[in-house]
Design a protein around this ligand. Structure first.
Ligand code: UDP
Length: 239
């Protein structure tokens, strides 16, 4: 049973359980995908039915940050812990490296995925980089085919939300990969283009504030955070 937060169903798992679930999907039959919504994406899903379907149809829905955890607690249905996409990716990469599995990186500006691939190959010896592609392409089919040709086990799809969720739902099976993970701006972090907030900020639930200070142009998007809290309060009253 998933925990509903304003129409998005979240899996109630610890980070360790999330990684185990992802590995099980990876070793199962067929193609699966993982999403890591934050409050901003929950708000997008309230307005965009296609996005909501793509998010809820994922095989694993992980709360990306403290906002969703707070929202779930306020609604009286707490989630075990936050499982930020980028940290989930790190744990998954460790396990993939141990098993010698292969990874395709899709997304970000030209050159970023290659730089991320180089850093990840150094950081996770044993990991096989199957290929990379930037996130600014017009047609999906040739990209899905390139991934299929690469034989990748896992694809990190980093096109921003909800583009990446829609892309994975539509094109996942055509890639032939067993697991796709929608990870937003993670390639920029892996490539060293963007820094993650220092631990102090994320430990205090203030990663969003750190990012806002670094990238003030995010203010419009971040206004969705207070809106999310207003909607959670309304939902609580309604319940
Ligand atoms: N991006 C992309 N193709 C697009 C739009 C965005 O590859 O058509 C990339 C963008 O370059 C960035 C990532 O998607 O690397 C989205 O980053 P953002 O910080 O918006 O994601 P978040 O982590 O906040 O979801």
């Amino acid at each position: 049973m998933r925990i509903d937060v304003l129409g998005v169903g979240f899996d109630n798992v610890t980070m360790a359980e999330a990684v185990d679930r992802a590995l099980a999907l990876l070793h199962g039959e067929g193609t699966h995908y993982v999403v890591t919504p934050n409050p901003e994406i929950v708000e997008v899903c309230r307005e965009n039915l296609a996005a909501k379907i793509a998010v809820n149809e994922a095989d694993l829905v992980l709360p990306d940050g403290i906002g969703v955890i707070k929202g779930a607690a306020m609604l009286g249905t707490p989630l075990k812990e936050k499982t930020p996409g980028i940290e989930f990716a790190g744990h998954l990469l460790e396990r993939m490296a141990e098993e010698g599995l292969s990874l395709y990186l899709l997304g970000a500006k030209p050159g970023v995925a290659e730089a991320a691939a180089k850093n990840l190959a150094e950081r996770y010896p044993g990991l096989v980089i199957a290929g990379t592609h930037d996130g600014y392409f017009k047609e999906d089919a040739p990209v899905a085919e390139a991934i299929r040709q690469s034989g990748a086990d896992v694809v990190f799809v980093c096109l921003g939300a909800p583009k990446q969720e829609l892309w994975m739902r539509k094109n996942g099976p055509a890639t032939g990969a067993r697991l796709l993970c929608g990870l937003g701006g993670s390639l920029d972090v892996f490539a060293g283009v963007v820094e993650r907030a220092p631990k102090f900020w994320s430990d205090h639930g203030l990663e969003w504030f750190y990012r806002l200070c670094k990238e003030p142009r995010r203010i419009g998007r971040m206004m969705k955070l207070p809106l999310f809290l207003v909607h959670v309060k309304q939902e609580k009253r309604r319940k």
